[in-house]
Design a protein around this ligand. Structure first.
Ligand SMILES: Nc1ncnc2c1ncn2[C@@H]1O[C@H](COP(=O)(O)OP(=O)(O)OP(=O)(O)O)[C@@H](O)[C@H]1O
Ligand SMILES: [Mg+2]
Length: 347
């Protein structure tokens, strides 16, 4: 497959960071969607404020681009406290963490992004810090080393992770509140888009917002990225107004189809259905068929295809569901699904 850039990765592009900062909701009331998380967090924060003590440590868990970093900053803003930001990979040495922790003032928020990637010694230091607001600083090396207990100010740790399953039990248990972020509904993404359009000064019509929202894979980051692509098209090719027709034409240029699949997604489905009769087929065979690395197929394409109900991962390999045939405009083979229709696992 020739070089082409997908607009649909849920992971932030480096040049996207600045735009993201502009579009980030700043307060809980501005944060769209995630009603359960918002309500729970609101109670946690208000309860703590009333008691005049820092709230429990908060773990934000969910796929990329759903608003974890945004929420971390909102927590600090709602508490009216500064936020100190670091990440799991940056905390390679326990000393780095000790330095950060001992510099915290009372009630401050410490945000550790990608907390599942924290190194073991730092993680162990974190246990004590989270539980007793204390760190043991080791001075010296070898048999002469001594550990000096150091008090730290009560603080709130906010951790974010895309892989909560990769967290150790002891670390997970030390969070008083875990927010599980869900994919967004199209009408919620429409609200995200309206808000972003206002900030960016884009003339976004309601039907244009609906069209973009439906193709954004339940992910605000993707919605905002598609909005920027569609804005370019609208400004260059038409009068700047983003209507449904303009959004459709623009997203065609970027190979984003009406369900939010791109060229590689469709190539994978096409190979699965046409070359392998719908499977089961191993992921490496499938990857060769579309000229991609197996990890790309597995990590970039499959999560969404599975979620969209078009592909199933089975012990014998990948299998297309009836929805895959339908989406490619092909009749689903009756013998694969029976007369009753597309329920794959009911035999
Ligand atoms: N609920 C929301 N309301 C409005 N905009 C949102 C919301 N959630 C996310 N966004 C937008 O999506 C962008 C990405 O969100 P954010 O960086 O918080 O995601 P994340 O979960 O931290 O992603 P990652 O796992 O890659 O770190 C933000 O810049 C913001 O513009
Ligand atoms: Mg983030």
């Amino acid at each position: 497959m020739d070089e082409w850039e997908s607009q649909l990765s849920p992971v932030a592009e480096p040049e996207e960071r600045e735009d993201e900062a502009t579009l980030r909701p700043k307060r809980l009331s501005e944060f769209v969607g995630q009603p359960r998380v918002r309500e729970q967090l609101d109670l946690v924060l208000q309860g703590a404020t009333r008691r005049g003590s820092p709230p429990d440590h908060v773990l934000l868990s969910g796929p990329p681009g759903l608003g974890k970093t945004s929420l971390a900053m909102i927590i600090a803003a709602e508490l009216g406290r500064p936020i100190r930001i670091t990440s799991g990979p940056a905390l390679e040495r326990a000393g780095d963490l000790a330095a950060m922790l001992s510099n915290l003032a009372e009630g401050e928020v410490m945000f550790i992004d990608e907390i599942h990637r924290i190194a073991r010694p730092a993680e162990e230091m974190l246990y004590l810090a989270m539980e007793d607001f204390r760190v043991d600083v080791v001075v010296g090396k070898g048999p002469g080393a001594t550990s000096i207990p150091l008090e730290i100010a009560p603080f709130t740790l906010v951790g974010a992770t895309t892989r909560s399953g990769a967290l150790t039990g002891p670390l997970r248990d030390r969070f008083g509140f875990t927010a599980h972020m869900e994919f967004y509904e199209p009408h919620e993404l429409q609200r995200v888009l309206r808000r972003s359009a206002t900030i960016l000064g884009v003339d976004l019509h309601e039907d244009g917002a609906e069209e973009i929202a439906g193709r954004s894979r339940g992910t605000p980051r993707i919605a905002n990225r598609l909005l920027r692509r569609v804005r370019d098209y609208a400004e260059v090719r038409v009068d700047g107004a983003v209507t449904r027709e303009v959004a459709q034409a623009a997203l065609k240029v970027y190979d984003v189809d009406d369900l939010g699949l791109d060229r590689l997604d469709r190539a994978v489905l096409g190979a699965l259905v046409k070359s392998f009769g719908g499977g089961p087929v191993g992921v490496s065979t499938l990857a060769v068929a579309v000229g991609e690395e197996p990890t790309t197929v597995e990590e970039v394409c499959e999560p969404f295809l599975v979620r969209a109900g078009m592909l199933a991962r089975t012990p014998r390999g990948r299998v297309a569901t009836a929805a895959a045939w339908t989406h490619l405009g092909l009749p689903a083979p009756i013998e694969a699904f029976g007369q009753a229709g597309p329920t794959l696992f009911d035999e």
